[in-house]
Design a protein around this ligand. Structure first.
Ligand SMILES: [Fe+2]
Ligand SMILES: [Fe+2]
Length: 261
C-alpha cells in the first residue's frame, strides 16, 4: 500500500481513533480497521454498493466523474484471468481460499473445491445482498452447471441444519442477525426445493466447508488452485469481461468499479 495515498485518504475519525489508542495493540487494531475500510471502499465495489452513492474522491482529480482506470486500484492485465481478479480486485479473500483448502484437504473432488473457492465471490466483488444468486450468475458461463447451482443454493442452505452432514446453524449468524432471526420465505422455499435436488450434496458440502473456514493465521494462495482452476474454469481467451458472454459486463464492473458510467 502507498503510505502517502493511504494517509491522504484517511478520515479525521480514523486518524483520531489511531492517535487516541492507548496501547500498541489497540493502535494496530485501529490501523488495520482503517486499512480494511479503505480497501473495501475502493476494491471491486461498484457504485451501487456505497451507502452514500459514490466512492471518495481521488486527491487532485478535478473531473466530475471518474472514467477508465482508477489510479488508486491495482492495474488489471488487458486479458484478465480469474487469478488476476483474486490478486488485484477481491481484497482479502482468505475466506474463499481457506474454504477451498478445507475441501481439498478433505479429499473432495475438484468440482467441490472450485465451488468452495467461488461460493462467496459476489461478497468480495459485487454485492453481499443475495450473494449466492449474484455469484452464481457471474460465473455461470465458465463453470459446470452443477457448480453454478450449488453456489446459488448455498445461501439458503446455510440457514438450515443437516444432521446427515453434521452441519449446524452457524453460531456466527446468531451473533450477526440475532437469536430470533428467521429467514425470509423465499429462502425457506429454496432450501425445501434444494433438498429434493440431485445436486443437494454439492451445495451442502459448500456449507460444510464454509462453517470451519475462518481460521486465522492459515496462509493459502490462489496459486495453490492453479490446476483446479485450469481444469474446471473455462477461462475465455479474450479475458474475463471482454469475451461477449452474458456476464461480461459484471466482470467489467469489477475491473472498473468506480466508473461514472
Ligand atoms: Fe455464502
Ligand atoms: Fe462463505
Amino acid at each position: 500500500m502507498d503510505r502517502r495515498k493511504f494517509l491522504n485518504n484517511m478520515s479525521v475519525a480514523a486518524a483520531a481513533s489511531i492517535a487516541g489508542a492507548t496501547t500498541l495493540s489497540a493502535k494496530a487494531d485501529a490501523l488495520e480497521d482503517e486499512m480494511a475500510r479503505q480497501l473495501e471502499k475502493r476494491r471491486g465495489k461498484p457504485g451501487l454498493c456505497y451507502i452514500d452513492g459514490r466512492p471518495e474522491r481521488i486527491p487532485g482529480d478535478e473531473r466530475a466523474g471518474l472514467m477508465g482506470t482508477d489510479p488508486l486500484l491495482p492495474r488489471m492485465p488487458d486479458k484478465p484471468t480469474l487469478t488476476d481478479f483474486f490478486n488485484h480486485r477481491f481484497g482479502s479473500a482468505s475466506h474463499l481460499l481457506q474454504s477451498a483448502k478445507l475441501a481439498m484437504d478433505g479429499g473432495e473432488d475438484e468440482k467441490i473445491v472450485l465451488a468452495c473457492l467461488l461460493h462467496d465471490i459476489s461478497v468480495y466483488s459485487l454485492l453481499r445482498t443475495d450473494h449466492g444468486y449474484w455469484g452464481a450468475q457471474l460465473i455461470a458461463p465458465y463453470v459446470d452447471e452443477e457448480i453454478r447451482w450449488a453456489i446459488e443454493k448455498h445461501q439458503a442452505l446455510r440457514f438450515f441444519p443437516d444432521k446427515d452432514f453434521d452441519y449446524e446453524y452457524p453460531e456466527a449468524y446468531i451473533e450477526y442477525f440475532g437469536a430470533d432471526y428467521k429467514p425470509e420465505p423465499y429462502i425457506v422455499h429454496e432450501h425445501k426445493e434444494a433438498k429434493k435436488h440431485k445436486w443437494y450434496r454439492t451445495s451442502r458440502l459448500i456449507t460444510v466447508n464454509d462453517l470451519y473456514s475462518f481460521e486465522k493465521g492459515v496462509e493459502v494462495a490462489i496459486e495453490d488452485f492453479t490446476d483446479v482452476i485450469g481444469r474446471n474454469f473455462k477461462q475465455p481467451k479474450e479475458g474475463l469481461g471482454f469475451d461477449g458472454s452474458k456476464t461480461a459486463h459484471m466482470w467489467r464492473t469489477i475491473i472498473w468499479p468506480n466508473n461514472y458510467l
